[in-house]
Design a protein around this ligand. Structure first.
Ligand SMILES: [Fe+2]
Length: 325
């Protein structure tokens, strides 16, 4: 329909607009939210109150705030539903759909408990997953994102995708085949700046953020092994996680671990990630309606918001990864 010259001209104009007239890519943004615990029947109590019953109003406020921010996508790092059932998976999916922004869902310990959980997840989120799997990756503009799905460590030491009937003190671990998958995925994308995303923090909560009688969040059982693995891939600049219901950030050798608090619990905030040509700039934002956070806060729980260094940070791309077009 179009002559070849006209097609090439349109592509050149499109690329110029995308990269800017000086070859500098315009800043774009995405948002990380975590642990919304949709579809809960009751409120709960962690280090602060889990105000599950307010989630419809919180989502309505977040929808308005996101319209003003206009992110290109949301990264939702787990515990999408508060309990496991097929209805809860779909209720959570409908709430996320109502935000009106493209999103990538990641399962957490509340989502992936029983043997049928991942099938429900893939069925419900089919339109949002790049491939019909809970382990996947995608590239958006100049950023690659690789999503992992840790398994449950049973009492006998075996590693299984679902938990046992009676819950002992569980840990979670990346199974060996996902290391293989990640190695191949990173080898296919050797220079694109990359974020690894999963539900569980890879690094423990820093001592500077602990307080007496707090509910201390768990981290990945083989987190140290994953840290040493990621150190071999300079294009990996950040790991983004949830689960802790607290904000914290930890600098590793050449990447930063960004752990984001729960949307259902104080401080009820999310991360806005501005993606530049040479860096990520991460800012932590609360809802425009501050009454939700005030309602959730308990006398001892203010530490869940983290320190300034946990809330606003700049993550530079390494030289080799900043050169990708
Ligand atoms: Fe959670």
């Amino acid at each position: 329909m179009f002559p070849e010259g006209a097609r090439q001209s349109r592509e050149r104009i499109s690329r110029s607009l995308r990269l800017g007239i000086c070859g500098v890519r315009p800043v774009w943004k995405f948002v990380q939210i975590s642990d919304p615990h949709f579809a809960a029947q009751t409120d709960g109590c962690g280090n602060n109150l889990l105000i599950h019953s307010k989630m419809p109003e919180i989502v309505a406020c977040l929808r308005r705030d996101l319209q003003a921010l206009n992110p290109e996508f949301l990264l939702v790092t787990g515990d999408l539903a508060a309990y496991e059932s097929r209805d809860a998976v779909y209720a959570a999916r409908d709430m996320l759909d109502s935000l009106g922004v493209r999103y990538y869902p990641i399962g957490g310990n509340q989502d992936f408990q029983g043997p049928r959980a991942r099938a429900w997840f893939i069925e419900a989120y089919h339109d949002h997953l790049p491939t019909p799997d809970t382990v996947y990756s995608f590239t958006h503009q100049n950023l690659h994102v690789a999503v992992l799905d840790p398994w449950w460590r049973w009492e006998d030491g075996s590693l299984c995708p679902h938990r046992e009937d009676v819950k002992p003190a569980y840990r979670w671990s990346i199974p060996p085949h996902q290391f293989d998958w990640l190695r191949e995925d990173l080898a296919r994308n050797p220079v694109t700046p990359t974020v690894v995303a999963l539900h569980y923090p890879v690094v423990p909560l820093p001592g500077r953020l602990k307080w007496d009688r707090m509910l201390e969040p768990e981290s990945l059982e083989n987190g140290q092994i994953l840290r040493e693995f990621l150190a071999m891939f300079p294009q990996v600049i950040a790991v983004m996680a949830g689960h802790a219901h607290m904000h914290y950030a930890v600098q590793d050798s050449h990447l930063v671990h960004v752990v984001t608090g729960a949307l259902a619990e104080y401080p009820i905030e999310y991360r806005v990630i501005d993606v530049h040509d040479d860096r990520l700039e991460i800012a932590t934002k609360g809802l425009s309606d501050e009454t939700f956070a005030a309602h959730s806060l308990t006398p001892n729980g203010a530490g869940a918001a983290g320190h300034e260094c946990d809330r606003n940070l700049v993550i530079p791309f390494r030289q080799s990864s900043a050169m990708t077009a």
